[in-house]
Write a protein that binds this ligand. Sequence first.
Ligand code: SF4
Ligand code: SF4
Length: 131
Amino acid sequence: MNKYVLKYSTDEVKKPALAEAILETGVMVNILLADVEYSKGMMVVAVLGDDKKQKKLTDYLRKHSVEVEKLESTILKDDDRCIDCCACYGVCPTKAITIKDWKMQLDKDECIRCKACIEVCPVRALSLQEG
Ligand code: SF4
Ligand code: SF4
């Protein structure tokens, strides 16, 4: 399983490209985030299956003019800097950031690399590591 960002242009956003890709390839997809407007759209999806299956689905989407970008980066927390202020918790669109016993917890598997937490952290404890 890997995560991908899908970007739809003005023409493509009106077509059910992802639904068709799933039907045509038989590859399962979990939509993690969708931001779709009349004229453009962006989704973050988890594509299930091995590399061959992921390639099959992403090739299909690219052939149908959807921009596909694999999420390679990893969110990192510097525990020495973090002051557990929980500002990041309020902006995370997934369940990647939770609070337990007044401590911020980070689940990298749930992260969609939106960078919202990085922007609000007052002590720069969060960063994205590429690769
Ligand atoms: S980058 Fe930060 S705010 Fe965005 S999903 Fe990952 S942990 Fe949540
Ligand atoms: S915003 Fe920064 S300092 Fe505050 S809990 Fe999140 S990582 Fe820690």
